[in-house]
Design a binder for this molecule. Structure first.
Ligand SMILES: [Zn+2]
Length: 66
């Protein structure tokens, strides 16, 4: 139940697939807003195998909006 913070990443070069804990990602490369609210954040993560950077997209929860 607690592993929803992990997202799957696929390397664009060597197709290596791994999982990243989004709570360890601190600085987003880009944040996408919709209706003045953050909807998605994009992070760059590095492939362990070949060193290529992959971009991952994290969706924000809207649970706080009452
Ligand atoms: Zn790779």
């Amino acid at each position: 139940m607690a592993d929803s913070s992990f997202i799957e990443v696929t390397c664009p070069k060597c197709r290596h697939v791994w999982h990243v804990d989004v709570t360890t990602l601190d600085k987003a490369e880009q944040i996408i807003y919709r209706d003045n609210k953050p909807q998605q954040a994009r992070y760059r993560v590095r492939c362990h195998k070949c060193g290529t950077y992959a971009v991952v997209t994290v969706e924000f929860d809207e649970a706080d909006d009452g």
